[in-house]
Design a binder for this molecule. Structure first.
Ligand SMILES: [Zn+2]
Length: 270
């Protein structure tokens, strides 16, 4: 039987929901990823991981929600964005639709960091109603599983490698290079999207990608002390990408076996 909601009839869906209580919702973004990666990168990676995971566990998978919150990338053409409140409401409504049919566990597989606040709000709401939920972001896990996959930045070697494995014809590897972050002043350097470094200390702020990058891709310092920032996306290979994907798929499948054991009662007070 297919796991894909889009391929079922309503009668097949009815039967599936009677026995399957885990829903998987892939979420992504259409946004610039530097000169070498397609705009669909974030949703394509999330969709690939979610499809492969769903084949290995009892689950019903919804179509990918491809557009997220990415307004801060819109200095670069082609990036699409919906406001965070609209996105939260959209994710919530899709999740609620699954709950309506008896799903008790919802796992979002998210390919884009800009969606995280919305997903967090939805998970909080679901928890209060006694639905177990979580969202998984590959870049928070890959570097913990293997140092050489530690996050370097937007459009980095790991992301490029995975895209070579998933959709190699869409990667312009000849255009890939280590990006140069713009310094904000002689003494203030961007570290990640929300912090900059002045002397030894960190200052909180918020950058649009165009503030810190000419090419759209950029380095994010500080996510991991293990990251080797000299690694160029030009060194990406499909083999490396497939290895990351396969390890991530197994990790998520292992997590789901535990996730299914977690049950909450609805909160009595909010
Ligand atoms: Zn990305």
């Amino acid at each position: 039987m297919t796991k894909q909601l889009k391929d079922m009839t309503w009668q097949e869906a009815k039967k599936a929901f009677e026995i399957i209580k885990l829903g998987i919702i892939p979420t992504g973004s259409i946004e610039q990823h530097g000169p070498h990666l397609p705009l669909g990168t974030d949703f394509m990676i999330a969709e690939y991981l979610a499809n492969k995971v769903s084949e290995k566990v009892d689950s019903i998978i919804t179509p990918t929600i491809p557009i997220g919150f990415a307004a801060y990338h819109q200095d670069f053409e082609g990036t699409l964005s919906v406001p965070p409140d609209v996105l939260t409401s959209y994710y919530q409504s899709v999740a609620d639709s699954l709950v309506l049919y008896g799903v008790t566990h919802i796992l979002f597989i998210n390919g884009h960091g800009g969606n995280a606040n919305s997903l967090s709000a939805v998970c909080r709401n679901l928890r209060d109603r006694g639905v177990t939920s979580a969202f998984i972001q590959w870049w928070q896990i890959a570097g913990e599983l293997n140092d050489k996959w530690s996050m370097i930045g937007h459009g980095d070697i790991s992301e490029t490698s995975m895209m070579l494995a998933i959709s190699g014809n869409n990667v312009r590897l000849e255009k890939a290079a280590v990006p140069t972050n713009k310094w904000l002043t002689d003494k203030v350097q961007m570290t990640d999207r929300t912090t900059c470094k002045f002397g030894p200390g960190l200052i909180n702020t918020f950058f649009r990608t165009g503030d810190i990058s000419e090419t759209g891709d950029f380095i994010e310092y500080g996510h991991s002390s293990k990251a080797d920032y000299s690694k160029s996306p030009a060194e990406a290979t499909a083999e490396n990408g497939q290895e990351i994907l396969d390890v991530m798929i197994n990790y998520i499948v292992d997590f789901i076996h535990e996730f299914k054991k977690i049950h909450f009662k609805p909160a009595e007070k909010n």
